[in-house]
Design a protein around this ligand. Structure first.
Ligand code: ADP
Ligand code: PRP
Length: 181
């Protein structure tokens, strides 16, 4: 059985990762979207995540419950180890990942495809303000984050999401599912 692909969606805050992932899952119901564990209040909105306390997160991380985990924006994020079952069964898995964890993802999974999402800086700032989840200080800190270089051995597709989301979705689908001739 060929392993499923670990499809990592990365890029700065507000660039449209979750919007793109929503659309990809609608277009491809066979994709497994990772439900992350996050130490964020349950009512914060946005993606469907499992809200966990900081104490529970540490306990679970120590017990090996996460295949990848990291900290950003004062929060902890974890990807449940159960996704290995999907990958082993040949199913593709879609995850919103920190750019800083790509190296670990490349080491952890046999097949990794990275969708690197970008947008013009002023577009990013406008989208984050309109989303309304973060304070202006939080937004500035998110936009100041930088990314380490891309690891070797992973497939990479760059997508500029400054324009219409539909165009980005089409580009992602074309890269992930090239038409057979
Ligand atoms: N191509 C796009 N055009 C216009 N608005 C977009 C586009 N992509 C995303 N957005 C909006 O920008 C905001 C941030 O998008 P989101 O998907 O939450 O980004 P991320 O997950 O990368 O932080 C949301 O309000 C979303 O509706
Ligand atoms: O190391 P970085 O590549 O900067 O990424 C840091 C974190 O930011 C995003 O989180 P989250 O989904 O909470 O934020 P966002 O919706 O604002 O992107 C991303 O999914 C990572 O968890």
């Amino acid at each position: 059985m060929t392993q499923g692909r670990f499809i990592a969606v990365v890029g700065p805050s507000g660039v449209g990762k979750d919007s793109l992932m929503d659309a990809l899952c609608r277009a491809r119901p066979d994709l497994r979207r990772v439900r992350r564990a996050i130490t964020r209040a349950p009512e914060a909105g946005g993606e469907d995540y499992e809200a966990v306390s900081a104490e529970a997160f540490v306990r679970r991380a120590k017990a090996g419950a996460f295949v990848l985990h990291w900290q950003a924006h004062g929060l902890s994020y974890g990807i449940p180890a159960e996704i290995r079952d999907d990958l082993d069964a040949g199913r593709d898995v879609l995850a919103n990942l920190s750019r800083g964890k790509l190296e670990d993802a490349a080491a952890a999974f046999a097949r990794v495809h990275v969708l690197v999402i970008s947008a013009d800086p002023e577009v990013l700032a406008d989208r984050l303000s309109a989303r309304g989840r973060e304070t202006p200080e939080d937004i500035a800190a998110r936009l100041a984050r930088t990314a380490p270089p891309m690891p070797q051995g992973v497939r990479v597709t760059q997508i500029d999401n400054s324009g219409a989301l539909g165009a980005s979705v089409s580009a992602a689908l074309a890269a992930l599912y090239p038409a057979r001739v």
